[in-house]
Every structure is written in C-alpha cells, then in structure tokens.
Design a protein around this ligand. Structure first.
Ligand code: ADP
Ligand code: MG
Length: 582
C-alpha cells in the first residue's frame, strides 16, 4: 500500500471535515472533473488530427446501485495513466487541470472551459463515501488502472479492465448515522435533483438511466371492458440542460422560455414582470439574467427574507444567494450571474476577491435602475403594479441612505395626486406646477379618502397647487430625508442661480410651515388676531396644556378651524414613531 504523505493525511482530514459546508456538492465536484476530462480530450481532438472525435460522442453517465450502496460517475474523456492516478489522486492539492488551463490558455478559447483548479474537489467524495474506486484508461493506452482508497491511510493502484478510454469513479457510500442519511443519494430523484441544481449547465450531457412508465398497446382482441395496462421501462435521459438560457442570444429565446426558467428556478408561480440581461466582456467577463417578479414574495418584508442572485462560475453553481450582488433597495430582484473569471476560494463556495463582485454588483444596480426607468416610460400600468409591490423598498432605500440614493431612486417613485386623482411621479408633479408655486406639497395619513377631506389639503388645492397624498408608513420619512426634489438651478450670465429655478422643497401641508398667504391676507390675519385677543386667550386657557397655542390662520378655506403641529414632524409621523420598537 502506498501511503499518503503526512501532510496529505492531515489535509485530507481537513478537507473532508471542514472545507465544505455542504456534503451534497460531492457530485458537483465529480461531474466537474468528468467534464474537465471530456473537455481535455475534445481539446486534443482540435489540436491533434489523429484523434477522430466529434463533440456529440462525449458525455458523462451517472448511475447508482441501491443494494451495493454505490454511485458511479463515468466519463469517456482523456482518462488517467497509472502515473496520472498516482500524481493526481495521490497528491492532495495537485491540480493537473489547473496546469492544463494555464498551458493552453491561449489556444483553448471559448471551446474549452476547464472547471478544476485547486486539486481538492475529488476528495469531497469522502464526505459521503467510505471507499472510492477509480477505474481509468488513458486515451491511446492499452492498459487500464484502478485506484482505490478508504480516505484514511492511503491508496492502492493495480491493473484493471476497462474497454474504452475514460474514467469511472465508484463511491461506496457510508452507512447511515443518526445525523446523516446517505441513502438520500441512492435514488433517482436524489441524484437528478443534485445534477439539476449544481451541474445543470455543464456543457456535456450528464445522463442517467431513469424509470418510466408507459401504456401497453391495446391487444387486438380486447373486449369493451378493456382497461389500459401500464408497464415500467428504463430509458437513458440527459438530465442537465447544458446551454444556459442566459448564454443564448436574446433573439432566439422566447419570453415563455424565460418565464418558465424564472418560475422553475425561483419557485414562483407568476410570470416575471420584467426580464433583462447583461453581457459584459473584458478583464471580467460575465453574463447576467435578471427578473423583476410579478408579485412580492410573502416574506419580502420579514427579516427571514434573503436577497441575492445565483452565482455560477464556469457553468457550475457556486452560490444560490449571493447577497453582495444586490443592493438592499433592489432586494426583490431575482436572477443569475455567470462568469468564468471569478477567483473562487478553495471550497468554491465563495470568492477570494470582493472587488470582482463589487464591479458586477455596480453594473447590476445600474441596469436595474435603467430597466425600471424604461418600464415607467413604456408600460405605465405595469409599472404601477410593480410600484405597488416593491415601491416601499425604493423609498426605504432613500430614507436609510439619508437621501444619498435620491438621485438614483427619486424619479422612480409614484404618489397619489389629490388634483389628478391618480398616481404621478415627482417629475410629473413639477411639470404641472403653476409658475408661482414654490414647494412640493404632501400630506401623510392612513387613507387617501381621509387625506382628501383634510381642510388644509383643500386649502392648498384651492390655491391651485397639487398635494401628494401619502399613505405608506415610509413616505414621510423618505420625503424628510430627501428635503427637496427637482433639477439643479439654472445659472445667469454671471453664474449665479436664477431665482425660482432649482430643486423644490418638499413640504408637509400639516406641519404648519406653509406660507403662501399674500401680504394683504397676512395683515388681515394679524388684525383679526388683535381684535380677538381675548377670545384666543380664553380658548387657550380652556384647552390648557393639550395645545401650545391658538392662532388665526391664513391656511383654511371652508373649515372653520384645524388642529396642526408645529415644526417638521407631523402628527402622522409622531404616531408612527411612537409605534416603533425602542
Ligand atoms: P481539480 O479538479 O481542481 O484539478 P480535483 O481534486 O477535483 O482537482 O482533481 C484532481 C485531478 O485529478 C484533476 O486535476 C485531474 O487531473 C484528475 N482527475 C480527476 N478526475 C478525473 C477524471 N474523471 N478524468 C481524468 N482526470 C481526472
Ligand atoms: Mg475538480
């Protein structure tokens, strides 16, 4: 028996027990190796005319034997010689695939896509297997060899039989323990699920023999009471879909296909509201396919909700929810990012370098913003639905960034216009403003109906100014953090701001800071206040500490009196804040 070197032994133990957080990735690793082996042979056929081979002959087969407790992953790739087995599987952290990738970096182009790089993936098999046997015949060799190990002491290599070039990796699964049920992997369903989940876009077919059922042909002499009979049969089926939908040109994918992909991948039953992609080339090449869901997931506003995009590296799933790819205010977006250029860490569960992710995330964010703007412009009804589902998150984004995200998000917001009696954007509000209007007015409360009846709202409307009626809890906080909205001021010849241009303040009509009374009206009010001094004083005395003062107002039209607050915090906001947890 050949011994693992001591370091190797320690490393192996480390590998098996602590690098991976998830046992089930063993199949992803073995299929990735098989795909690499097939890719290498294919590459050889491109560069060596003596290799007669076409791409459709190449593939990977997965099978299992419930009684023997084995899972076999076979490929008809490049195979391994006796020395290869010794070097590649006897030395932990030795990756021939990485060397291959580096040596052939220039020639391989898009046609070959090697996944391996760390020389540890193979050993993940020992997370689920008590022993592993690898039978391999290198392309062009006569003799096959078998490598075998229990993953503890060492391994053996001996001559073996295999008809054609390629490799079989045969795992004998561990016995079930109280914590772990290894039998879950010994089923058609279990294996299919893993292949679909992790290796769906491996570029060679991953096949499995699957059980099917069909109706037997009706016998000629069947009587009237004939009942159809069924029989079981098996068929070899390709489980993975190989070409990722995001790698196909937008023009040859139908929207229904995108919808199907979306619903299957993200477990939604409604079609997405919007589908769009990014194709980036250069130092960091990647593809992204993004969706805006047609409805809000039930847990979107709960703390259990996890944002993130699926992340693929070289066609293999790395992370199901990569949070860093999405900003919080777009946490509802679903999708996939795929790149060959990511520097993954050793478990291939995370990335080594965050600036790659940051660069992608920035582009993703920009793309989402521009798509939403497009939707707002071209599909108003669709956009209003979107905003009903996810608008709160956008406003929350402005609020929690202390207004920093205003430039990006404010033009995407919709509010109910008291004048137009429909949803308007802030730009539409500005557009419709009479020349003498100085601010954007809003009122906050819990229903449109009630807000529309407020005396102060009607006063403002009476002046010809529109009022935005805000019913979401976050509206007022969002406006407070924005402070104002509108294009930068125009400059005169001397470079000074032209009066009346520039952003308009956002003013809560209930906050008592409104001032659009004319000089005459103010004088009139002052006079009235003087004339009625005794009355006002008596009212204040009667109401006591419940109020701070009684005054004559220029802000009412029909209503005789109104209760208001002073300062920027409205009654509505006070109510909300008093409900917030400490
Ligand atoms: P990596 O894939 O990162 O190189 P692995 O531990 O998964 O590391 O595999 C180690 C090496 O073993 C590979 O680089 C490859 O040379 C060899 N190998 C593994 N599986 C196969 C296979 N099915 N066919 C041919 N070579 C293989
Ligand atoms: Mg590997």
């Amino acid at each position: 028996m050949r011994k693992f070197k001591t370091e190797s032994k320690k490393l192996l133990d480390l590998m098996i027990n602590s690098i991976y957080t998830n046992r089930e990735i063993f199949l992803r690793e073995l299929i990735s190796n098989a795909s690499d082996a097939v890719d290498k042979l294919y590459f050889k056929s491109l560069t060596d005319t003596s290799v007669q081979l076409t791409k459709d002959q190449l593939g990977i087969d997965v099978s299992f034997d419930k009684d023997a407790r084995t899972i076999t992953v076979s490929d008809n790739g490049i195979g391994m010689t006796q020395e290869d087995l010794d070097r590649n599987l006897g030395t932990i952290a030795h990756s021939d695939s990485m060397a291959f990738k580096q040596e052939n970096a220039e020639q391989q182009g898009d046609d070959v896509d090697i996944i391996g790089q760390f020389g540890v993936g193979f050993y993940s098999a020992f997370m689920v297997a008590k022993s592993v046997r690898v039978v391999s015949k290198a392309y062009g060799e006569e003799q096959a060899w078998a490598w075998e190990s229990d993953g503890v002491e060492g391994y053996t290599i001996e001559a073996a039989e295999r008809e054609t070039n390629g490799t079989d990796v045969i795992l004998t699964l561990k016995d079930n323990t109280e914590e772990e049920n290894y039998d879950q992997f010994l089923s058609e369903y279990g294996l299919k699920d893993l292949i679909k989940r992790y290796s769906n876009y491996v570029r060679y077919p991953v096949r499995m023999e699957v059980e099917k059922s069909r109706q037997k042909p009706k016998p000629e002499d069947a009587g009237d009471d004939y009942k159809p009979e069924y029989e079981q049969y098996t068929e070899v089926e390709t489980i993975n879909s190989m070409v990722p939908i995001w790698k196909r040109g937008k023009s040859d994918v139908k929207q229904e296909e995108y919808n199907e992909f979306y619903k299957q991948t993200f477990h939604d039953f409604t079609d997405p509201a919007a589908t769009f992609g990014i194709h980036a080339e250069g130092a960091l090449s990647y593809d992204a396919l993004l969706f805006i869901p047609g409805r809000a997931p039930y847990d979107l506003y709960s703390k259990d909700y996890k944002k993130g995009l699926e992340l693929y590296g070289s066609n293999v799933l790395i992370m199901e929810k990569c949070e860093d790819l999405l900003p919080d205010h777009y946490n509802f977006v679903r999708g996939v990012v795929d790149s060959q250029d990511l520097t993954l860490n050793i478990s291939r569960e995370t990335l080594q370098q965050n600036n790659q992710l940051r660069a992608i995330a920035r582009k993703v964010e920009k793309k989402i913003t521009s798509e939403l703007k497009k939707m707002l412009k071209n599909d108003r009804a669709g956009y209003e639905k979107f905003f009903e589902n996810f608008g709160r998150g956008l406003e929350y984004g402005i609020y929690t960034s202390y207004g920093m995200l205003k430039d990006e998000l404010a033009e995407l917001l919709l509010f109910y216009s008291a004048k137009e009696q429909k949803l308007v954007t802030l730009d539409e509000y500005l557009e419709a403003m009479p020349a003498n209007q100085k601010s954007i007015y809003y009122a906050a409360g819990d229903s449109i109906d009630r807000l529309a009846k407020l005396p102060i709202v009607n006063t403002v409307l009476g002046r010809g100014y529109d009022v935005l009626l805000c019913t979401k809890d976050v509206d007022e906080f969002c406006f407070q953090s924005m402070m104002n909205y509108g294009p930068e001021p125009e400059k005169d010849a001397e470079g000074k701001d032209i009066e009346g241009t520039g952003p308009k303040d956002l003013k809560n009509v209930a906050s008592g800071v409104l001032d659009f009374a004319t000089e005459d009206e103010k004088k009139e009010a002052e006079a009235a206040e003087k004339d009625n001094e005794a009355l006002l004083k008596a009212m204040k005395e009667h109401l006591g500490d419940v109020i701070t003062k009684v005054a004559v107002s220029t802000r009412l039209t029909d209503a005789p009196s109104a209760v208001t607050t002073e300062g920027p915090v409205s009654l509505e906001m006070e109510r909300l804040m008093s409900q917030m947890p400490e």
